[in-house]
Design a protein around this ligand. Sequence first.
Ligand code: PSU
Ligand code: MN
Length: 337
Amino acid sequence: MASSSSSSSSALYRISNLQNHISPLEATNKLRSIVKISPQVSEALSNGRAVVALESTIISHGMPYPQNLQTAKEVESIVRENGAVPATIAILNGVPCIGLNEEELERLASLGKSVQKTAGRDIAYVVATRGNGATTVSATLFFASMVGIQVFVTGGIGGVHRHANQTMDISSDLTALGRTPIAVISAGVKSILDIPKTLEYLETQEVYVAAYKSDEFPAFFTEKSGCKAPSRVDSPEDCARVIGKYANKKLNRQAGILFAVPIPKQHSAAGNLIESATQRALTEAREQNVTGNAETPFLLARVNELTGGTSLAANIALVKNNALIGSQIAVALSQLT
Ligand code: PSU
Ligand code: MN
């Protein structure tokens, strides 16, 4: 279970002081019995250093092995090189882990899609059955908030699906963001989703949405979606100030933040090719009756096949870019007085 080193124990005291209104000892024991926090993450949290949460469904279901492992490792390195501590979150043998070591990361990546895709609703089941679970954005938000992490980097979040008016398929990422005061850095949302409806839903959920150095909300593989971003930020410091205000006890906003970072220019060229592949994959999903939580992984894999790997390369590039900017935001936040 949780590390028993003294630095980890003081981290838990600090976290519990910040997060809960029960006694530190009670909170410490409660957290210890539920999650395992890596020594590095624990130490960083206890010293107020920058920490960046990372989800794990992108590793198990978002990319094939071994590119998934390679990317996960590189993303963690980028976070470290930029002065923050990475906290990849996953459930291993029923234990929610906040911060994975190399062996754990390899296990998760090589298990791939045999790991349960774990959204918020699935957490209790995976823990109860001592299963292995890769956390989506919604489940990752839950655990990150439990230990007081304020910045979370991913590739793309889930959203309102294109045929949601018939299926009601709306990712729980959006409702989780609506109630969790964490800043998520993503490249916007994919055009496998209905982007205008996703933005409307985020507004309903009171999520602050800003595009990074852009007026337009990005569409993952392309810098533009045709939708104006509700707000704009131009630096890590801009982002940190907004997060700081959210965390401010007087305002005490309990909703999340989405910073949408456009894909780097040199990788957006393939956008049109990927868009036509997306259209075809969507048609196939409907023909083959792929629905529910199987739809996103199906579409991601199919688009990658149809583009001969071009979409995977772009995906990797944008995740790394998000990790860079997310780390800068986390560092700027830790420096706010
Ligand atoms: N979009 C991507 N890549 C991903 C996902 C979404 O471009 O890997 C994953 C994320 O983990 C996200 C989840 O939280 O899919 C959303 O799944 P669903 O649509 O079933 O809620
Ligand atoms: Mn869904």
